[in-house]
Design a protein around this ligand. Structure first.
Ligand code: TXA
Ligand code: MG
Length: 372
């Protein structure tokens, strides 16, 4: 298979109606299309068609028990596929859709088990990228779309990375702008008493509780309920609620090690000093490991301000959280392209008032790393 590849920037979406019609027709014929969203690129197929769903799993090499997110372009589509849509859900829809929030609902019959990995629930999101919305609304069917990467690899946030990794695996790729957010959507379970975040993202658990609570008292009440729910989960739930959370994720070919800034500085200094005595008593495993590599095979990922601390090894992820989010997956892929074999990544400290988004970013990094 060789994908049809077309370049369309989001701002030129209107001029490209013909190409987007082609994309929608491929979807309706059971094929696969990679398209941009504001979070990461998605690999889409008709959510009503189980054979198309299987093509997604095959293209990604993804385990079939890991369910897919269904993308819609209107509220009507939600009511076609999901049941028991609560008042809380309606508040979240009004505030965050279209946008980077995925909600889990009980599913209707029309969504096949192949999409949900056999679960009785379905994950739904209305993306805000105009190209994504247009492909869905033209096709007039919901589109199941996981992140467009090969399973286990970093998500794809640039059109050229999509072409490089997936051109032989799907029917069409819309090569577009770099993803605006760069981190996948927040996944929130709407089937529990209080909406509980299963995968952190740009929209935080606290914002969700604030949105569904009309008063301060209600907010505190919801927070307490959530805390109790989480405690119970830890006690009884050995099966991860979001099946995707149990798999290896986001990993570049290079080894990635997450460390405190000062620990990296120390390793870099020692490396440059070149410890002469083999198996030097005070050397740790990582220091020994580093010694096996040429200088250019080692990189340190850090915030912009700290790049200079790492004496030629530093590589900037950006100087604010939004940029770090945007650059993260692209940078991990870049490390592989330039042949880096070992990445030391700083535990990022930035914008303490946005701790939830920082946690969402660190969640991806820790899953990609060896520290877990
Ligand atoms: O931003 C995003 O969400 C991107 C873009 C393309 O929309 N999509 C994405 O899909 O990240 P994927 O398949 O890479 O991740 C979906 C996550 C997985 O962790 C999966 O286990 C979880 O959502 N999920 C899907 N359906 C679920 C369900 N019914 N119950 C619990 N978790 C579910
Ligand atoms: Mg993914």
């Amino acid at each position: 298979m060789k994908a049809i590849i077309n370049e369309i920037l989001e701002k030129d979406c209107k001029k490209a109606e013909g190409i987007l019609e082609v994309a929608s027709n491929i979807i309706l014929n059971g094929g696969t299309v990679i398209f941009p969203t504001e979070t990461v690129y998605g690999l889409g197929a008709n959510a009503f068609d189980k054979r198309a769903a299987n093509r997604i799993y095959k293209a990604k090499g993804r385990p079939q028990d890991n369910p897919l997110i269904v993308h819609i372009s209107s509220n009507e589509m939600l009511y076609d596929i999901a049941k028991d849509i609560s008042e809380d859900a309606q508040k979240l829809i009004d505030k965050y859709w279209p946008g980077p929030l995925t909600m889990i609902f009980f599913k209707k019959e029309c969504i096949p088990d192949e999409i949900t990995g056999g679960l009785e629930t379905v994950a739904v999101r209305m993306p805000r990228n105009k190209i994504a919305l247009k492909i869905i609304s033209n096709a007039n069917v919901p589109i199941a779309a996981p992140s467009a990467n090969i399973s286990g690899k970093p998500s794809i946030t640039s059109g050229s990375d999509a072409v490089e990794e997936m051109a032989e695996r799907v029917n069409m790729i819309i090569l577009s702008d770099d993803s605006e957010i760069g981190i996948e959507s927040t996944v929130v379970d709407m089937t529990t008493e209080v909406p509980a975040v299963l995968r952190p993202g740009k929209i935080s658990q606290m914002e969700i509780l604030e949105t569904i609570s009309d008063t301060e008292d209600e907010f505190i009440d919801n927070l307490n309920k959530l805390e109790n729910f989480i405690k119970e989960q830890y006690r009884e739930d050995l099966i991860p609620k979001s099946p995707g959370m149990k798999y290896k994720h986001y990993s570049p070919n290079a080894r990635l090690i997450l460390l405190d800034k000062n620990e990296i500085i120390e390793r870099v200094d020692n490396f440059l000093k070149g410890v002469e005595v083999p198996d030097f008593e005070f050397e740790d495993e990582l220091q020994k490991e580093l010694r096996k590599f040429d200088k250019q095979k080692i990189k340190v990922l850090s915030i912009d301000d700290n790049v200079g601390l790492y004496k030629g090894f530093g590589y900037s992820l950006g100087n604010n959280l939004d940029d770090v989010g945007k650059n993260l997956f692209k940078t991990l892929r870049e490390m592989d392209k330039i042949g880096v074999e070992i990445i030391l990544c700083e535990e990022i400290c930035l914008e303490p008032d946005r701790i939830d988004f920082l946690n969402a970013i660190m969640n991806r990094l820790s899953k990609a790393s060896e520290n877990i």
